[in-house]
Write a protein that binds this ligand. Structure first.
Ligand code: F6R
Length: 581
């Protein structure tokens, strides 16, 4: 989490840093800040909340006329999201911004306090500034090297020293790249933040120190010079405009039909470009949040194909004692390709010398780079924090991988119709608004389903709760009476996801059980039901069905959040890319 950008060059950095922060805002928006440097002066401006707040504050300040600056947008880990805890942090001559978590910050802080250091924030970051300041006796490289030997955890740092017209940067487990423009240089956690200025960048290895001046840069590790290749990104400076939509979430949901269509056209005659999962004895599917639920949908597809599938969230998988078969394929699903737990799970698999397959959106991301194979989901940039179109593309990839194992004419026929059917479903906005009317005042909502319908329920429930702040839970329909049914009250909304023919009657019975206890059902299926509230989607091949059902639940979540006046694109406490544990 958190986003970093630093600039040194011929221009004034303020606008460049602000623009960069806006592109990085998806990484967290609890607070933001900027440090500008001219000669021995360092000016820090920071504030709570979104980048727009910082922008407003900067407009009112008299700013240094300079060409060096660093900036940060924060997702709070250590310390509240208040102004004192916003980055940059300054101790003595050192000012820095940090992305990551310092696990031994507490003990170091205690020691430094005894030695007389005064801290002004509750962050772990200030400890790094204090250590560099303590170790600095005229040699920054030395001070940084000594500091990183003392700290444990993850970090990407952009550092200013009052005495030098330079930016220093270093990383370990958190992403940070060096951007190379014409007579100007950048450091940033994401190339997207600098694409307006350059597409040339250098990947930095762990604990390599980059030293940037207005005339160039050096990279060293333990004071030994390192040469690194200059890469060229083919990403475009992303169009972050709403194109008439009120929110990015709605814009992105509406991009689904065209993205699905493009992806189908690309792969349908080139299915052999996708890996063959039957080469493996066992498939592990790993992700976090929605990416995990996409994986769960995939698990049901692959099990139908006769594959042995294990699935887990990355934060558990990374610490489990996994017994790997040598013919195991680990599939890592991630929109950003930078989720810390998913990266750790991937590295665990790599250490066990099994093949890894990335299903990612962001090319050039850590997961895209380090896996044995990668499939790019080609969803374009997703700006809304809650994922929608990326989820659909992830499921589409898994569905095509399954089709490759078990080719089937019915699947192909239905696949061709899918984008148009999806478009028709999304156009029924009045219908979703009406459903939102009966949900938006609720305190608790439940989703039930079996098998793939359970995976869909999980995603539908997550979408609703994260954007509307209504408490919502999903259960395997058969589990409900083992405890949870006691929560059903007069008027409790229960979505019954009922698309799987083989198990349909069982879930209907479970829905009836909650109705007889006062629940208000919302039936989600492929055929007209007798229920008053229902979402009916066209019946298609079972390995395509989730691609029609989930978008309808995304629409409901959107309109419920809308009616509740929520900050739909940036729900509270969340960040788009979870780069800490
Ligand atoms: C929910 C959501 C998150 C992400 C999760 C994984 O709407 O967006 O649950 O799916 O944080 O992120 P990625 O896919 O970037 O690894």
């Amino acid at each position: 989490m958190c986003g970093i950008i630093g600039y040194i060059g011929k221009n004034n950095p303020t606008e460049i840093l602000l623009e960069g922060l806006k592109a990085l805002e998806y990484r967290g928006y609890d607070s933001s800040g900027i440090a500008l440097k001219k000669d021995n002066n360092i000016q820090i401006v920071k504030c709570v909340g979104k980048i727009a707040n910082l922008e407003e504050k900067l407009r009112k300040e008299e700013l240094l006329d300079c060409n060096i600056g660093i900036a940060h947008t924060r997702w709070a880990t250590h310390g509240d999201p208040c102004e004192e805890n916003a980055h940059p942090h300054q101790i003595g001559k050192i000012t820095l911004v940090h992305n990551g978590i310092i696990e031994n910050a507490f003990s170091i802080k205690k020691r430094l306090e005894k030695e007389g250091v005064v801290f002004h924030s509750g962050t772990d970051t200030e400890v790094i500034a204090a250590l560099i300041n303590q170790h600095y006796h005229g040699d920054m490289q030395d001070a940084i090297n000594k500091t990183v030997k003392e700290i444990k955890g993850s970090y990407a740092l952009a550092i200013l020293n009052e005495d030098e017209n330079k930016i220093y940067a270093i990383r370990c487990e958190s992403p940070l790249i060096l951007g190379i423009g014409k007579d100007e240089y950048f450091v940033t956690s994401d190339i997207g933040a600098i694409l307006k200025h350059t597409n040339k960048y250098v990947l930095l290895g762990e604990n390599e120190i980059v030293e940037l001046t207005k005339d160039g840069y050096t990279i060293t590790k333990d004071k030994k010079s390192i040469k690194r290749k200059v890469e060229v990104s083919n990403l475009k400076s992303e169009d972050a405009s709403l194109h008439g939509y009120e929110h990015f979430m709605m814009k992105e949901i509406n991009e689904e039909p065209i993205l699905v269509d493009n992806f189908i056209k690309k792969y349908i005659n080139n299915i052999n470009d996708l890996p063959d999962l039957t080469n493996y004895k066992c498939i592990h599917i790993i992700g976090c949040g929605s990416a995990y639920y996409a994986g769960m949908v995939g698990k049901y597809f692959f099990e139908e194909d006769g594959l042995k599938v294990d699935i887990d969230v990355a934060s558990e998988y990374r610490y489990r004692n996994i017994v790997y078969d040598e013919k195991t394929l680990v599939i890592l699903i991630s929109q950003s390709g930078e989720t810390a737990d998913t990266i750790a799970a991937m590295r665990k698999a790599i250490n066990h010398k099994v093949d890894t397959l990335a299903i990612v959106n962001v090319d050039g991301s850590t997961i895209a780079r380090e896996c044995t194979y990668k499939i790019l989901i080609e969803a374009g940039r997703e700006i809304a924090v809650a994922t929608t179109k990326a989820f659909i593309q992830q499921v589409l990839v898994l569905s095509l991988l399954s089709y490759k194992i078990n080719p089937d004419d019915k699947y192909l026929d239905d696949l061709k119709q899918l984008p148009q059917q999806l478009k028709v479903l999304l156009d029924k906005t009045g219908f979703y608004k009406k459903l939102a009317d009966i949900i938006y005042k609720q305190e608790d909502v439940f989703f039930i389903g079996r098998k793939v319908d359970y995976a869909i329920s999980m995603e539908g429930s997550l979408k609703l709760k994260e954007v509307s702040y209504i408490h919502s839970d999903a259960y395997q329909a058969g589990e409900l009476k083992h405890g949870t049914i006691s929560l059903i009250n007069e008027g409790t909304i229960v979505f019954g996801i009922i698309t799987d023919e083989e198990i349909k009657d069982k879930t209907i019975s479970n829905l009836e059980e909650v109705i007889s206890r006062g629940a208000v059902p919302i039936y989600v299926g492929t055929e007209e039901s007798g229920y008053k509230n229902q979402i009916i989607v066209p019946k298609v091949h079972k390995k395509l069905q989730p691609l029609l059902v989930v978008p309808t639940l995304q629409m409901v979540a959107y309109y419920v959040a809308y009616k509740r006046g929520c900050d739909i694109d940036k729900p509270r406490n969340l960040a788009k890319s979870v780069t800490v544990e």
